[in-house]
Each structure stands twice: as C-alpha cells, then as structure tokens.
Write a protein that binds this ligand. Structure first.
Ligand code: AMP
Ligand code: MG
Length: 420
C-alpha cells in the first residue's frame, strides 16, 4: 500500500516554525560606527543630548526680533557676526545679527531673514566692519530657525536593539555621539553543494564538460546572499553523492558553525543523501512546502558538544534554491542576529500579463516593472531557469488557485526586499 501523502506545509506556517527555532545567537561584537553598516544592533542607542543642541539658523542671513521689523524697508545696525561653531551674544534690541547656516540663534532673536531679503548698507566703510542692513521683508516669528531637539530629544531611544543598520542609521548614531556600537555577532554558516554532476567554473572549460555535468551556480548566489546578511561563510565545496562523505562533512561543519546550509539532495530520490545523513547525526524535519518553485526544503538540528547547529537543506534547482533562501533562510539568519522585522514588504502592483493556469501551490513568479508602471512576466517560469531571477526585479506572490489577467492587482515583492 502506498503511504498516505503528507499534506504540503503552508509557507507561512513553515516560516513561523522556523523562527521559533531561531534563538538569537549568544555573543556581541563592539564595532566602530564606521564599520557597522549591515550589522544588527544588540543594544539600543539612547541619546544623552538633544539634536540640534540649540536653536540654530537654517539660512545665511540676519537674526532679528520680529518686534523690530514691523514693515519692509526697516534699517537695523548689525551688532554682531555669528558663524557656525561660535556662540554669539544676546541680541541687542533694535539691531540685527549677521548669521550663517548652523550658527546658534542669539538669545532675544525670534526670526531669521535670508540674506536674499536683505540689503547690506556700507558694511566695509563702517568702523566695526559690520555696518547696517535694510530688511526688505516682514519676518514671521520662528522663520528659518531649526529648534533645539527637533530631530532628537534628550533620553530618546534613537535606535532600538534588533535594528539592522543602514547608512542613515550610522549617521544617526554618530549624531548622538556614538563612535562605536554593540552589535550581534556574525552567524557562522557552513555552505555545501551536493551533486556528482556539479563542476566548479574554472576547473573545466565549457568545451570540455563531460556529458551530464553542469556548473555549480547555486554556490555563487547562496554565498553572496549569506555575505549580504552579515554571515561568516565557510565554503565546504561540493560534497559527493555518498552517504558516508555527506555524514562526515556535516559532522565536521556542525562542530564549528551555527548553521549548515546545503543545496540539492533533499528530494526523496535514491541519490538524495542529505536526509539520512542529518538523521543519523541529529534530527530532521523534512518539509514539503506548498510553494512553487521550492517544494523540497528541510530543517533540522545537529547536536554538538555545546548546543546544536541548525541545518537547512535547499532544493537543487537554482530558482528553487534562490527563492527558498530568500523566503526562509534570510528571515532565519536575520532572526539569529536578533532582527525584529524579518518579513519582506510586499506592495500592490498591476499585472500586465496573463497567467492562465492556477496552481495548487502558492507561486512566486519572476516579473519586472515596465515603463508603464505595470509588471511583465518572464516567459519561462521553470525552476531551472535562473535567467528569470537575473531578468526580474522581484516576484509576484500569487496565492494558490489563482489565475491572473491583464490589469489585475497582484502582490509584488521586490528583490531589494528579499536580497538585502
Ligand atoms: P536535486 O535537488 O539534487 O535533486 O537537484 C535538482 C536539480 O538541480 C538537478 O537538475 C541538479 O542538477 C540541479 N542542481 C543541484 N545543485 C545545483 C547547483 N549547485 N547548481 C546548479 N544546479 C544544481
Ligand atoms: Mg542532486
């Protein structure tokens, strides 16, 4: 009797179960703020000061009291000159202060006039070199003044733990005086490719490839994606399709890595040795996920002296490998670093194509934006056609059982959300 087919696991359920296993790694690094791009904050940054520290001018011009300029054309003596970096004195009533962008607004002044609205009267000739100025506009209280603390108040949590740092955040951390940051340590990932058909580019020129051989492409994008996610990658190369060799490779990798990532060999063919190898060392949950492409996917754990190593097995077909990485491994690896927001953002988009055949599985169709703002579909959606991933700028997340016609609103996930 054939065993009953296990129902495929919905992707959301698989992801939820995976994230439950992704306990944040022990250990932090202290890095300079310069070197923190892409790292994940392990401790929140709280501001010990307000930014900007004082009210300051957002223009080159003149600081005045509005009460002194009730009509255009008023002439005021210039009583001081305040450049960025200097403090200035309280503004004498009935005078203006020459002021530059970023300089503190002197006490008593309540507006800045930009210099384009002012006329300098004989400054050079004046004894003090300051002269006087004609104000050709009536100021409004507060104009061109950036108020103290308008960006950051003292005591504010500027960046919270679990934030993945991008360039803007490095600048923000620096703006509150942080020259170094506490970040999660990098996950150590062991990468394997399985398959006796695989040949490394550079080892054999294309014209000498033996029948049945193909180049190992998965190794290149998997490594690149892991590095982008802040991982330290040890590349164990190609593991032959033999049980003992696979067990040995996994055992060695498990001892020193947080995650072992493999591609290929997780289906249920006779040459698929990953499953029994992981089972002999630890525990394996072989999941058949209700997604297309990318059905075969495995998660497991391999115990070691202290703790366990995670195992994730991706399908061998390049597009399946690419998308299971993007949708399952990426959030997992981010969560190991303590990242709170791991879900990719999807947006509504207009399909400019037809997808006439609904599938039982949730599909991820490789698409690209066209100049009209809609989405075009790559003509070949086979899981072996990696050109679709290079051509596209993202995927349509198409629910099971759904056809698509021109003009339909679909969910789009940009590769920038999945690969960054
Ligand atoms: P498997 O999951 O091992 O059954 O492999 C499924 C398909 O993906 C086969 O056609 C393999 O030749 C292909 N494949 C497996 N690993 C790779 C790889 N690293 N690079 C390119 N193609 C691969
Ligand atoms: Mg294989």
């Amino acid at each position: 009797m054939r065993p009953a087919m296990k129902p495929l696991k919905p992707l959301d359920e698989a992801l939820r179960d995976l994230l439950l296993q992704a306990a944040p790694l022990q250990g932090q690094d202290t890095v300079t703020t310069f070197d923190a791009d892409g790292r994940v904050l392990a401790q929140s940054c709280v501001s010990a000061l307000q930014v900007p520290p004082q009210d300051n001018s957002s223009m080159d011009g003149y600081a005045v009291r509005c009460a002194d300029v009730t009509a255009a054309g008023v002439v005021l003596p210039v009583s001081q000159r305040i450049a960025a970096g200097s403090a200035g004195d309280p503004l004498l009533p009935g005078t203006a202060a020459r002021i530059f962008t970023g300089a503190p607004v002197p006490a008593g002044a309540d507006a800045i006039l930009m210099q384009e609205d002012c006329e300098v009267l004989a400054a050079a000739a004046a004894e003090d070199g300051l002269g006087s100025v004609r104000i050709n506009a009536v100021p409004q209280a507060g104009q061109w003044i950036r108020s103290a603390g308008e960006d950051i108040t003292r005591g504010a949590v500027v960046l919270s733990a679990g934030t993945r740092l991008t360039p803007a955040e490095l600048g923000l951390a620096a703006s509150i005086g942080q020259h170094q940051l506490q970040v999660a340590r990098r996950p150590r990932v062991a990468l394997f490719s399985t398959g006796d058909e695989l040949v490394m580019p550079g080892e054999v020129p294309p014209e000498q490839m033996r029948p049945g051989a193909i180049y190992n492409s998965n190794r290149f994008f998997l490594r690149a994606m892991l590095l982008r996610l802040g991982c330290e990658v040890t590349d164990f190369g190609i593991v032959p399709d033999r049980r003992e060799a696979t067990i040995e490779a996994l055992r060695a990798a498990g001892a020193e890595h947080d995650l072992i990532l493999t591609s290929g060999g997780v289906s249920v063919g006779e040459e698929d040795h990953i499953k029994p190898a992981v089972e002999s060392l630890g525990r394996l949950d072989l999941w058949q996920i209700a997604m297309k492409p990318g059905k075969p996917f495995a998660y497991g754990q391999i115990p070691r002296e202290v703790g366990t190593a995670h195992f994730m097995g991706l399908p061998g077909n390049p597009v399946s490998s690419f998308l299971t990485f993007a949708l399952l491994v990426r959030p997992f690896v981010l969560r190991l670093q303590g990242v709170t927001k791991v879900a990719p953002q999807s947006t509504a988009a207009r399909a400019d194509f037809t997808w006439p055949k609904a599938d039982k599985r949730r599909e991820f169709l490789r698409v690209r934006h066209n100049a009209a703002g809609g989405l075009d579909l790559f003509h070949n959606q086979s899981s072996g056609v990696l050109t679709s991933a290079a051509w596209g700028d993202g995927v349509v997340d198409n629910p099971a059982g759904q056809t698509i016609g021109p003009g339909d609103t679909v969910r789009f996930i940009a590769f920038s959300e999945l690969l960054a």
